[in-house]
Design a binder for this molecule. Structure first.
Ligand SMILES: *[C@@H]1O[C@H](CO)[C@@H](O)[C@H](O)[C@H]1NC(C)=O
Ligand SMILES: *[C@@H]1O[C@H](CO)[C@@H](O)[C@H](O)[C@H]1NC(C)=O
Ligand SMILES: *[C@@H]1O[C@H](CO)[C@@H](O)[C@H](O)[C@H]1NC(C)=O
Length: 379
């Protein structure tokens, strides 16, 4: 492990030195973002209100699912999914009602970062706050940040992590926490609850970034991209790494195993990989409305695809979003080339220290990058 990391660090350092030197000889890319703006001071955070959760009748497990043929032989998490999939309402434990300055002012929030984060992922949240997830005004528009969380399974750990989230919420004003088990098969629930929260608290937000807490999102580039999108959030937009022509994995060992008892369908609608998705406020509201009539499905990104399909909307691909298998022309770039990451909108699988190093690197005033890097489609 440590050798692996040491190697990574070495590669990173060598790449910085080597590549910046090399690229110094190349011409500057005039279309790059204006770096001056990148580090504007963060905005003040509205006070947190941790009111008592509004009473919601506790959702009862569905015992009848045990009658489904083959139920007894299913893995526990799938059994649980089937028992509770009808439960779509859970109380908020931590709320941020003023995240967007109240519903009427929420039109001023250009980009809301909604990052799914399990309670224990403190380090990831801290680094995101310091790097790409800073709440700031960039290129004249406002970026706001929220982490979406549930509760951990073990009651003793939950006591601690709930304290942690409360402290974070008070210090940073960026936690939404619901009273449900934060598990992989409950990610769709988290997604649906977020859209419902948006509807109430931030209905006017222009664009939403929805993603995981282990991605590196170049929010500067995202803003420049979104500023060019017509309609300022009032038209359909749903972009990411597009996945088409796939269906449920029926192998029991897989994390993504979805048995026939969950869906008999052999295919999924087109969808975008859930690691990082950009959508308009319009599309977020549409997903909310559709979600009311669509049963929960355990894979969250597929579920969003289902909502879009029902609404007659299409997900699309953005070349700059790579959530699965980044493949670049050479091992040199694959390592840690800031110029490469500067061009992208989002890359999956960064550990916290890498995010910090890379965020600093792409904002170095003396970083000179050549023409747009060639990037190969990985799927
Ligand atoms: C409980 O499960 C059965 C069998 O799948 C289903 O027919 C029924 O609609 C479920 N009940 C609720 C409340 O979801
Ligand atoms: C489920 O199976 C049990 C035992 O076979 C039976 O008594 C019960 O009526 C069944 N429930 C439903 C809703 O089919
Ligand atoms: C989802 O959360 C509910 C509420 O905490 C829990 O009862 C259920 O077991 C969870 N489902 C899964 C698949 O983890």
């Amino acid at each position: 492990m440590s050798r692996h990391w040491r190697h990574k660090v070495e590669v990173a350092v060598l790449s910085f030195v080597g590549i910046t030197g090399f690229l110094f000889l190349l011409q500057n890319d005039k279309k790059g973002p204006v770096l001056k703006e990148a580090m504007e001071t963060p905005v003040t955070i509205p006070p947190i209100i941790t009111g008592r959760p509004k009473p919601i009748a506790e959702c009862q497990r569905n015992v009848t699912v045990a009658n489904i043929s083959g139920f007894a032989g299913l893995p526990d998490h799938i059994k649980d999914f089937l028992r509770y999939k009808h439960c779509k309402e859970f109380p908020l434990l931590l709320d941020m009602p003023d995240k967007c300055g109240g519903p009427d002012n929420s039109y001023d929030t250009f980009l809301l970062l909604a990052i799914k984060s399990s309670p224990g992922n403190y380090e990831r949240r801290e680094i995101i706050r310091k790097t790409w997830g800073q709440e700031r005004t960039y290129a004249g528009v406002n970026i706001r940040r929220l982490f979406l969380s549930g509760q951990v399974a073990n009651a003793r750990d939950a006591k601690k992590t709930n304290q942690l989230l409360k402290i974070e919420a008070e210090e940073n004003g960026d936690i939404l926490q619901w009273d449900f088990l934060d598990s992989f098969f409950n990610l769709t629930l988290k997604q649906v609850l977020f859209h419902s929260w948006m509807e109430a608290r931030c209905p006017g937000v222009r664009f939403v970034f929805n993603g995981d807490d282990d991605v590196f999102a170049n929010t500067d580039n995202i803003i420049h991209y979104l500023l060019d999108v017509p309609g300022a959030g009032d038209e359909h937009l749903f972009v990411g790494q597009l996945i088409t022509n796939v269906g449920p994995i029926r192998e029991k060992w897989s994390k993504y195993y979805v048995p026939e008892q969950v869906t008999a369908s052999k295919s999924y609608p087109p969808y975008c990989a859930g690691g990082g998705i950009l959508m308009s406020g319009y599309t977020s509201r549409t997903i909310y409305k559709e979600s009311l009539g669509i049963e929960l499905f355990p894979i969250d990104d597929v579920y969003l695809g289902m909502c879009l399909e029902k609404a007659g909307l299409k997900p699309s691909s953005h070349m700059g979003i790579r959530t699965v298998g980044v493949r670049v022309p050479s091992s040199r770039l694959e390592s840690f080339d800031p110029c490469y990451y500067k061009e992208l909108l989002l890359v999956h699988r960064f550990v916290p220290y890498e995010m910090l190093v890379m965020w600093r690197a792409i904002h170095r005033p003396n970083l000179i990058c050549g023409k747009r890097m060639e990037v190969y489609q990985s799927l």
